[in-house]
Design a protein around this ligand. Structure first.
Ligand code: KG4
Ligand code: ZN
Length: 335
């Protein structure tokens, strides 16, 4: 069964063709660069950019997969969470395609898409597992009972971890979005140079908070003597990253022990972080547990994960109604 996936929830225009929820035939991703000069995503600019590029990206995805619209069995598109204008572009395009070509349509929760990236890539991941979803918009720990059945163990009470990476990168002059660049810079830094706060790490809950560490870095930078930032940029980046990542690892491993979940999956843009992956490996030397993460392309926003989630949703619940609308604050449990 061939699923056409469409993702436009933020600043990536992406279209993919996936066979049977596990084989990627194409996954074309266009990241809008127009936002970097504004230091953040401008929703209206993003909507217009999606409008301009969605058809050429769709054509490219079909061409790379070597199929035509007639070969597609299911059309899946992100309905939320995300920015309403960008969501509407992809969703409306997908519904139009499905209606015009008499194909079933399925609306996909973007968070379930991130979660499905691991299912798509790792055939040996247990149906029942723990998933840490960390991105620019979300920080969430979920117990996956099986695809479509989740218990949210906790989330962030303020900023998402990716947002903190981006804000710290911005004030350090690394540009936007800077999570990836901060990760690269931190590789040559000393993570013990400054001890930034590990918010809520000692608390026996699965709640996260990232606005404090971001402010702590901003205040620290303000007080620096001239030249110190340039001399110790990598050390400061590594110190922030260490604080941000340690809370994620601690709380996730505690949840895995308490819930007796032996397969742990990382998903979302921040799952591409090299220190996060390494710290998990360092602290998880118990052979009972296994770690999973998607390749970098499937960590950040892409349509292959949406096609995979759409395929599994369709198997579970059948098609969505074509009257379905974009829901900017859609929760994982509303998938
Ligand atoms: O999943 P994603 O593409 O979009 C959302 O759904 O939000 O995640 C993007 C986020 C951005 O905040 C970006 O800076 C962050 O993921 N990110 C990283 C890395 N690569 C991407 N953060 C830390 N280290 C990375 N290597
Ligand atoms: Zn995302």
């Amino acid at each position: 069964m061939l699923t056409l996936g469409i993702e436009t929830s933020c600043d990536e225009t992406s279209v993919a063709v996936v066979r049977d929820g596990n084989t990627i035939l194409s996954n074309v991703i266009l990241t809008q660069v127009v936002h970097s000069k504004f230091g953040g995503v401008v929703p209206e600019v993003a909507s217009r950019a999606h409008l301009k590029t969605i058809i050429p990206i769709y054509d490219q995805a079909l061409e790379q997969a070597g199929v035509g619209l007639g070969d597609i069995d299911l059309v899946a598109a992100t309905m939320g969470p995300g920015l309403v204008g960008p969501l509407l572009v992809g969703l409306t395009f997908a519904k139009g395609l499905a209606f015009g070509a008499s194909k079933p349509f399925v609306a996909v929760n973007h968070m379930e898409g991130h979660l499905a990236a691991n299912i798509l890539e790792h055939a040996d991941l247990d149906q029942s597992h723990l998933c840490l979803i960390v991105s620019g918009g979300h920080t969430m720990l979920a117990e996956v009972k099986r695809f479509g059945e989740y218990e949210i163990l906790g989330g962030t009470r303020d900023d998402a971890v990716g947002e903190a990476f981006d804000k710290v990168a911005k004030i350090m002059g690394l540009g936007y979005p800077g999570g990836h660049r901060l990760d690269g810079l931190a590789q040559s830094g000393n993570p013990d140079y400054v001890r930034f706060p590990r918010a809520m790490m000692g608390q026996k809950n699965y709640t996260f908070s990232y606005s404090g560490v971001k402010t702590a870095v901003a205040l620290y930078l303000e007080k620096l003597e001239q030249g110190e930032l340039e001399r110790h940029k990598a050390d400061i980046a590594a110190s922030f990253q260490e604080a941000a990542v340690e809370v994620l690892v601690e709380k996730t491993l505690r949840a895995a022990r308490e819930k007796r979940l032996y397969h742990i999956a990382l998903a979302g843009g921040v799952a591409a972080n090299t220190r996060l992956r390494k710290m998990f490996q360092e602290r998880l030397n118990n052979k009972k547990y296994r770690l999973f993460w998607p390749c970098v392309e499937l960590c950040t926003d892409n349509a292959a994960m949406i096609a995979a989630a759409g395929y599994y949703r369709f198997q579970r619940d059948g098609p969505s109604d074509l009257t379905v609308n974009a829901v900017p604050y859609l929760r994982l449990t509303q998938a």
